[in-house]
Design a protein around this ligand. Structure first.
Ligand code: UGA
Ligand code: MN
Length: 309
């Protein structure tokens, strides 16, 4: 092991044009250097897409989001996943009338090609106990695609899921509609097509609910060209039936689905949910913090006084 480590270290130093063993002075340095090499190798082997970016079909990622203290943290996590994926175009569709300048600035910072849209839920749904979350956002995202895109693939990426960058490699060459497993969804903890010898057998999902396509929002992608061929395809304002309603509006059969992630044997996306912030800031609103950094941070974190005056 030690011999291998030293030869690896020598090899690295030769690559960098430095000489001798002396520049690595301790075992700690060696560990850091070894970890870096392993990381780089791993990245090289998984992100096979890294070359010829311009050749790759664009993936339009449509992310519904809405104002709350967790919004920027969620989008930070997602952005820093997407920053590792070539040829992404990010449509961030915010469920509010009011543009969020901090978010707009953050999107600019990421360098990801993107469009930020304000896409509020129609007011008639706001009083509903179970709301059609993210539907106005996703439909607006598809409307944007119909106006601005002609090829590539699109994917609905909720802001709170966890995505492995290999997922994007899987979906990129979708011809019509592709699917893959989603972890940590529903009572059974998994939502996926059941596949045997490459053929569709049915669905595995904790809640079938009479749906033709009992799948999670994170479990499929659609080709832009195919969307454009079906002018009326849209997502219904029907909680629990958004995915099914949309996929049915595409006029496809489960037998048309392209199975990705090694015939649905890999999990590259998880339906993780963030615990709602339970912080009840109080002293942060005290006058003595006016004209200090605390006031800036309070606004940045979107903390509101309990009774706003
Ligand atoms: C559940 C399902 O598991 C998802 O597949 C489905 O996308 C979602 O419901 C839905 O109803 O659309 P869940 O975790 O309960 O997911 O939903 P959220 O993550 O709270 O919301 C889904 C998306 O809509 C998120 O990206 C969220 O930011 C956005 N959203 C939520 C809004 O735009 N407005 C809201 O008022 C709430
Ligand atoms: Mn969610």
């Amino acid at each position: 092991m030690m011999v291998w480590m030293i030869s690896l270290q020598q090899q690295q130093q030769q690559q960098r044009g430095t000489c001798g063993l002396l520049s690595i002075s301790s075992l700690a340095d060696l560990k850091v250097s070894l970890a870096r090499t392993v990381r780089e190798e791993l990245r090289r082997s998984v992100v096979v897409e890294d070359n010829n970016h311009s050749e790759l079909p664009t993936i339009y990622v449509i992310t519904p989001t809405y104002p709350r203290p967790e919004q920027i943290p969620e989008l930070t996590r997602l952005a820093q996943t997407l920053m590792n994926v070539p040829n992404i175009y990010w449509l961030v569709t915010d469920d509010t009338d009011t543009p969020n300048q901090d978010l707009i600035d953050y999107l600019t910072f990421t360098g990801i090609p993107h469009t930020y849209l304000n896409t509020p839920m129609p007011p008639k749904y706001s009083g509903h106990k179970v709301k059609p979350k993210g539907v106005a956002n996703r439909n607006a995202g598809m409307e944007w695609l119909r106006q601005h895109a002609s090829k590539g693939v699109f994917y609905f990426a909720d802001d709170d899921n966890t995505y492995d960058i290999r997922l994007f490699q899987e979906m990129r060459y979708t011809e019509k509609v592709s699917m893959w497993p989603v972890g940590l969804v529903s009572k059974e903890g998994l939502s996926t097509p059941v596949v045997s010898e490459g053929k569709f057998q049915g669905w595995f999902e904790g809640w079938i609910g009479g749906r033709t396509f009992p799948v999670d929002m994170a479990g499929f992608a659609v080709s832009v060209q195919y969307l454009l061929e079906v002018p009326n395809a849209a997502m219904p304002y029907k909680p629990g039936h958004e995915e099914d309603g949309f996929l049915r509006s595409l006029h496809i059969s489960p037998y048309d689905i392209e199975f990705k992630a090694e015939q649905c044997t890999k999990v590259y996306v998880w339906h993780t949910q963030t615990k709602k912030s339970r912080h009840q800031p109080d002293i942060i609103f005290k006058k003595k913090y006016d004209n200090t950094n605390i006031r800036v941070l309070q606004e940045l974190l979107r903390f509101q006084p309990k009774e706003s005056t």
